[in-house]
Design a binder for this molecule. Sequence first.
Ligand SMILES: CC(=O)N[C@H]1[C@@H](OP(=O)(O)OP(=O)(O)OC[C@H]2O[C@@H](n3ccc(=O)[nH]c3=O)[C@H](O)[C@@H]2O)O[C@H](CO)[C@@H](O)[C@@H]1O[C@H](C)C(=O)N[C@@H](C)C(=O)N[C@H](CCC(=O)O)C(=O)O
Ligand SMILES: Nc1ncnc2c1ncn2[C@@H]1O[C@H](COP(=O)(O)OP(=O)(O)OP(=O)(O)O)[C@@H](O)[C@H]1O
Ligand SMILES: N[C@H](CCC[C@H](N)C(=O)O)C(=O)O
Ligand SMILES: [Mg+2]
Length: 531
Amino acid sequence: MALPGMELLLGGLRSGRRPFVCSFGMAGGGASSVGPQWPSLDELIKDLPAVNFRGEGKTPVRALVTDSRRVAPGSLFFALGGLRTDGNLYIEEAIDRGAVGIVSESPAESIRQVPYLQVEDCRAALAEVARRFHGRPDDELDLFAVTGTNGKTTVSFLAQHLLADEPHTVGLIGTVHYDLGKRTLPSYKTTPESLDIYSMLSQMVSEGCKQAVVEVSSHAIQQQRVDGVRFPVAAFLNLTQDHIDYHRNMEAYFEAKSRLFTGALGSVPKVALINIDDPYGRRLVGMVPEGVKVITYGVCADADLRAEHIKLGAQGSSFDLVWPEGRVRVETPLLGHYNVANTVAAVGLAYAHGKSPADLVERIASFKGVPGRMEKVVSGQPYQVLVDYAHTDDALSNALTMLREITAGRLLVVFGCGGDRDRTKRPKMTGAVQNFADYAWATADNPRKEDLKQIFDDMRQGVSVPERIAFVDDRRRAISLALQEAGPGDCVLIAGKGHETYQEFSDTVVPFDDRQVARELINLKAIEPDA
Ligand SMILES: CC(=O)N[C@H]1[C@@H](OP(=O)(O)OP(=O)(O)OC[C@H]2O[C@@H](n3ccc(=O)[nH]c3=O)[C@H](O)[C@@H]2O)O[C@H](CO)[C@@H](O)[C@@H]1O[C@H](C)C(=O)N[C@@H](C)C(=O)N[C@H](CCC(=O)O)C(=O)O
Ligand SMILES: Nc1ncnc2c1ncn2[C@@H]1O[C@H](COP(=O)(O)OP(=O)(O)OP(=O)(O)O)[C@@H](O)[C@H]1O
Ligand SMILES: N[C@H](CCC[C@H](N)C(=O)O)C(=O)O
Ligand SMILES: [Mg+2]
């Protein structure tokens, strides 16, 4: 099963910028050729912490691959351990497909056909080899890491907008897309695998980028996808419940996030930008190693960078942006208190890079927002329809608190909980919705391999007022029911999928875009009001 964009990146994608480019020369038969001179295995693995190496190191390597099914002749195959299976089971298959070398934590004495490198930590080796293979692109870009449970995409998009003095000079890697400068690819993961990260950073360099903003998920930290990446600036936004299925508890989740700041990933930031309105942020300040400059932000009085005199409105917010050397009034079209925090965070990233917040006022005001984050669906209807990516109880509470304040009529909510993800957040999400919504339709949001009935059972644990919620299997039907109910002055929030353009079931992915579906149904309602 492939999600949109996956095919563009998997299979050891290499950038146009070759790390080892040969000059014009005569190739066999006398024809002149220009092309990459592929790095040898020796060059890629030199001084890596290795347990054992057997074989010939001069072999040229044309691609780095972690999935045996993607191996093509010339690939170096990394056999990674996993939650469902183990890459070591597929080494023979990788060799059959033309792998020219294997990297693994296992001794696998029987493998003798190709060079074999045994390492202590295969994911760390993969990240370092990828960095070398792609010519250490992180040395040529100023990189900004953004982590936290909610707001990473919003802050990254806004930071990109604030940093870009020239068009296409600031790249972005995150949930919505990968912006490589002149080209943009659809995203397959918030934070891709290390070999794709380094490949994309390399492409950014060749496309003229000077900086890049990277959303760093806790899964990525745990799976060492950003090991070794030099991030001069790293931001911590917040930590609230999510991903407990994967990290087991909040402490482990926090510990994973904190590694971005402590040097545990092989590099420490020069500047750590930390939200001290968040209790975990306050703890993190005390964990940052000496020598790292800490810039705190928030709405609290002791933050270095803060928002004061906040005015929230239906069209946006305004506030005094205060920093150690100054103060300026700013206006943002983004809605809600949480977006004030996101705006201060994005300004903080630019400030850490040497920009004066005073010079950013116009850019803050002209920001167009992020696809699928409180995105308005406008089709002539007399009520508000918004598509948002809230998929945690904290995000839903924040989004709905804000909408309650600016909605004259009823608040109608369509939402769901993803399958094969944190089960314990499901009742909490239902609880958050019931606290604020006049009526809610619980429905499917990427059930994946889980039974929707099981997901609904978990969600039902959070129901406090049964007469104000309905459970509807089909998402299109749920949206239709909400839109049928809506009248002048009401607000329909369709939460959870945001920018996503698909719905993921156990063995299939079907096209589904909340914005498009809502637009179609609004138009249908105009033609056939009782349909
Ligand atoms: C839960 C999770 O993160 N799983 C990741 C994990 O998968 P896994 O442990 O199940 O891997 P596995 O299927 O057991 O396979 C082990 C190894 O064998 C290889 N293999 C497998 C089969 C085969 O035939 N041949 C073969 O070589 C696989 O390529 C892999 O390298 O390791 C894989 C390879 O490194 C990842 O692709 C995979 O991400 C999956 C696809 C995923 O959906 N991850 C999500 C949860 C995620 O990372 N999300 C975050 C955002 C979260 C947030 O909102 O903050 C993200 O950054 O996107
Ligand atoms: N600072 C914040 N605090 C709490 N909730 C927020 C914050 N910023 C955004 N949200 C809510 O979270 C949703 C997701 O926001 P965004 O996509 O920016 O977060 P993210 O951290 O990138 O999420 P993901 O981990 O899924 O990539 C938004 O649609 C909004 O409802
Ligand atoms: N990055 C988040 C996205 C969740 C979005 C929601 N639509 C879902 O599928 O649960 C995750 O992987 O948990
Ligand atoms: Mg994101």
